[in-house]
Design a binder for this molecule. Structure first.
Ligand code: F6R
Length: 588
């Protein structure tokens, strides 16, 4: 949610900053802005809309060697030029990722001190607060640390102060911030893609760390104003990982990467025909899986596998609900947090809650060095590589595979299932190539409503398929447990309705088929993704291979992704950056 980039270095700062900022557009794209210092004067340019709108207003020949920038996903105040970042009060200019929860009371105090606010944002309040504390202390480090003590909520800040024209200051709490360590230039950003045009070396800031970043010097402090040393890490993948690699969209590229990711996970987490992950779920009597969105739907498949192979009662709850509901914590419980970004605010809050209650935690996370990865007792990485498309595909599949591996570890069927898993990559590639998904998408792209139906594990898949469709194509869609439809919602179904059914579980497939006949009798057109051959219950079919009840669900995922992708493409939607969304949800 929001991307920030600060830079100090050579005189082409605007270009360096904008290259970084563009790579963070997946984090928010409703407005963007930049502040840079030219001849001792801070210049601020900001525009509503995507980064392109800002770009048109910039003069790349302007000579400046320092600046901060922002791409926004609005929280406080609509997306317009005034609410866009950077914000400035007194000598302080700031960009912010996160939410200041107590900004209203702070604003009142600061207003009484004479500050006048132009925007509706919480960020402008933070700039006034730091300015006021700087006036009081005459020291930026003290001002930042005092401000941190007063701000409630989450933040990653890049700050410039008129009195320090060669320095960008940074600090964070519960929103990510890394420092790219260059040669005679340094860069301070929300995420790794934004630094790779300068360096692959970086330092991860922890909560309340402060960095004082100059062109040739980086100094780090803790919240007690003491200087601290930080490790420099290296990002070892090639910068290629953040390019589209010839694909029209990141989403399509990421869908196509899935076969390789399955191979990679098998290589990393199995040997011979054994799972090598050491984490043992069997130690626990109950498991709570907690996540948001697609990660929670991956969790539903995890529940299916864990209960099937380990007989451990497992619940799956959205993190935004779990953190405020009554929970029954005890020493025999494990809380599994699933997150691609590792920064999702609600999931992170549940991790903290579980730890406060002394419950063991396991994080299944894609992004290394992320907050959830660092704070959980145990971490397993999903190793899907950087995912840029806002709609997740490869990270979701990788989450499911990791959960499956954990569930089958030391099971009597482990060897057979791993054998089957080895053929999954080829089958994924085959199903990507076998169907004309565009043709199938043409049947649905004009629909206003689509139901995704399934039972049992197929219902869990339907949840993911439905989310994929609605988030990128803006077609209203809901997932239903097929048997539940007739208890009310079937009244919506008519000939204009689209139905996409998933039938991979042969044990209850016949029941789903009966439900499909019921919607068919209401003249709705049905597309079914199934391994049942010679079926006659749907109007259109994607026939997937039939490996086993355990792995067939995994084969239904890719066609669902490609249907959503092709529908969104026909509708000319902004596939990689759907409206109102952002990749990393660092607010509650
Ligand atoms: C949907 C999607 C989201 C995320 C959710 C959790 O395509 O990507 O539903 O799954 O926001 O994000 P992470 O996994 O980063 O915690």
């Amino acid at each position: 949610m929001c991307g920030i980039v600060g830079y100090v270095g050579d005189k082409k700062a605007i270009s360096k900053i904008m290259t970084g900022l563009r790579s963070l557009e997946y984090r928010g794209y409703d407005s963007a802005g930049i502040a840079y210092i030219k001849d001792g004067i801070v210049k601020i340019i900001k525009r509503e809309g995507p980064i392109d709108n800002l770009d048109k207003k910039l003069n790349y020949d302007e000579v400046t060697n320092i600046g901060i920038s922002h791409t926004r996903w609005s929280t406080h105040g609509v997306a317009n030029d005034i609410n866009s970042h950077p914000h400035r009060q007194g000598k302080i200019t700031i960009v912010h990722n996160g939410i200041i929860e107590n900004y209203e009371s702070l604003k009142k105090n600061l207003t009484s001190l004479g500050y006048i606010f132009k925007s509706n944002t919480d960020t402008e309040v933070a700039s006034a607060l730091i300015d006021n504390l700087y006036k009081e202390t005459g020291d930026m480090l003290l001002a930042i640390n005092k401000a941190s003590g007063m701000l409630e909520g989450s933040y990653a800040f890049n700050i410039i102060n008129d009195d320090y024209p060669d320095t960008v200051f940074g600090t964070r709490k519960d929103s990510p911030l890394i420092v790219g360590v260059g040669q005679n230039e340094n860069i301070l950003a929300s995420d790794i893609p934004a630094i790779l045009h300068i360096t692959n070396k970086y330092v991860v800031l922890n909560n309340y760390d402060v960095v004082v970043m100059k062109k040739d010097k980086l100094t780090f402090y803790n919240k007690d104003n003491e200087e601290v040393q930080k490790d420099i890490r290296e990002f070892l993948d090639s910068p290629e990982v953040i390019s589209k690699n010839g694909y029209e969209h990141y989403m399509l590229k990421e869908i196509n990467e899935q076969a390789e990711i399955v191979k990679k996970l098998l290589k990393l987490y199995t040997e011979g025909n054994k799972v090598t992950l050491s984490f043992d779920l069997k130690k626990y009597k109950t498991i709570d899986i907690v996540a948001c969105g697609s990660a929670s739907f991956a969790g539903q498949l995890g529940k299916f596998y864990i209960e099937k192979f380990l007989d451990i009662p497992t619940s799956v709850t959205f993190a935004s609900e779990y953190r405020y509901q009554k929970n029954f914590f005890d020493k025999d419980k494990l809380v599994i947090l699933i997150s691609q970004s590792g920064e999702t605010a609600d999931t992170l809050a549940v991790l903290k809650l579980a730890k406060e209650n002394n419950v063991d935690t396991l994080a299944i996370v894609n992004r290394k060095d992320s907050s959830i990865a660092r704070e959980a007792d145990n971490v397993i990485y999903t190793e899907a590589g950087i995912e840029i498309s806002v709609a997740t595909t490869k990270a979701y599949l990788a989450q499911v595979i990791v959960l499956l591996l954990l569930a089958i570890r030391e099971n009597e069927n482990e060897s057979k299932i791993l054998d089957d898993l080895k053929i999954l990559p080829n089958l994924i590639t085959k199903e990507i190539n076998d169907y004309d998904y565009e043709l199938l998408a043409k049947l649905f792209y004009k629909k206003e409503n689509v139901f995704y139906l399934g039972r049992g594990v197929d219902y869990f898949l339907a949840m993911e398929g439905s989310l994929k469709l609605k988030e990128i194509s803006y077609i209203h869609s809901e997932a239903f447990a097929a048997g539940e439809l007739k208890h009310g919602s079937i009244s919506l179904v008519d000939e204009n309705f689209g139905i996409i059914a998933v039938v991979t579980d042969k044990n209850i497939g016949n029941k789903t088929i009966s439900n499909l006949k019921e919607v068919s009798a209401r003249n709705a057109k049905i597309l079914t993704i199934t391994n049942i051959k010679d079926e006659t219950f749907s109007d259109y079919k994607i026939e997937i291979d039939d490996i086993s009840d355990i792995l067939n669900p995994l084969l239904a995922i890719v066609p669902m992704q490609l249907i959503a992708y092709n529908i969104a493409k026909l509708k000319k939607c902004n596939i990689d950056k759907p409206r109102n969304l952002a990749k990393s949800v660092t607010v509650e």
